[in-house]
Design a protein around this ligand. Structure first.
Ligand SMILES: [Zn+2]
Length: 296
């Protein structure tokens, strides 16, 4: 059945969008920064055919790290490297795109979690950069609901939604309330990819009794490898003092570099840190029984 949503999108526009997003993220307080760090290189292990985790650790000693990779669905650079990563990951797949179904299916077969990477209007930038089916502030309540439902239907195996761009919409309580209501009805959680410090997502999730989750770090808000390495070292430092962390990286312009840094980090991560899918992360932290998609 046709979704009625045309796809005027192409990779050039999408890459431009990523450049813009990178600039926006770089300007957000608290999301960028660096410390003195060592240069990392991809680990010498070949790409593994199966997900492998270190031997099980005592529950009390295990810290949870969920890595989310955004912008799948358009066969962007880094997609294949991410799909071969020998740890548990979560991939956020854009709806109505050329490889949406393929990427969601491949990730699911790998044991990864799949999210709907829902395009949402930003404060800055042109609507056509968003891709098809975007949630815009000009939409009526019923139009928002329809677009969210169509997006969920278009991405197989989705257990949650996160926002692509969306600095304007995640600060809009009218629209976010509808988005979260649909999530709840479908048994999905919503991950706030924090593109705006004025976001209302956390507050609304608490009011609706849904898990309040967002990322602590963007790995590749600048595209050079040294910055991505520095961000990963910040994550490692964070894990010394915290029990959990959600981080976001991207396929696309930084994709192969991001994948390489993640792969290098696998054996550099403190021994008490376990890589988990986002649904495992949510279940561990919230144990929310409404979430059909993440029940054991
Ligand atoms: Zn995105």
């Amino acid at each position: 059945m046709s979704t009625g949503i045309r796809n005027p999108f192409n990779k050039t526009v999408f890459w431009l969008t990523q450049v813009m997003l990178g600039a926006v993220l770089f300007l957000q307080p608290g999301l960028a920064g660096a410390s003195s760090l060592t240069q990392g290189t991809p680990a010498g292990r070949p790409f593994d055919s199966d997900i492998e985790q270190p031997a099980p650790k005592p529950a009390s000693a295990v810290k949870k790290l969920a890595i989310v990779i955004d912008d799948l669905g358009n066969d962007m650079d880094g997609t294949q490297e991410i799909m071969k990563m020998p740890i548990k990951l979560t991939v956020a797949v854009m709806p109505f795109m050329p490889t949406t179904e393929r990427d969601a299916k491949m990730a699911h077969e790998r044991g990864f979690d799949v999210l709907v990477h829902l395009p949402m209007e930003p404060n800055h930038g042109k609507p056509e950069w968003l891709g098809p089916g975007a949630i815009m502030s000009s939409l009526s309540d019923s139009e928002v609901r329809t677009r969210v439902e169509q997006a969920i239907d278009n991405v197989p195996y989705a257990v949650g939604i996160n926002n692509h761009m969306g600095s304007k919409i995640t600060a809009d309580p009218r629209i976010m309330s509808i988005v979260l209501d649909v999530c709840r009805e479908r048994g999905l959680f919503f991950l706030d990819s924090r593109t705006n410090y004025k976001t209302v997502v956390g507050k609304l999730c608490k009011e609706k009794g849904m898990p309040d989750i967002g990322n602590e770090f963007f790995l590749d808000d600048q595209y050079n490898q040294q910055h991505i390495i520095q961000q990963m070292h910040k994550v490692m430092n964070w894990m010394k003092d915290h029990d959990s962390c959600i981080i976001i990286g991207h396929v696309g312009v930084p994709g192969t570099k991001t994948a390489g840094v993640i792969r290098s980090s696998i054996h550099q991560m403190p021994k008490d840190v376990e890589f988990v899918t986002l649904s495992e992360f949510v279940r561990e932290r919230n144990g929310d029984p409404i979430l059909r998609g993440i029940l054991p």
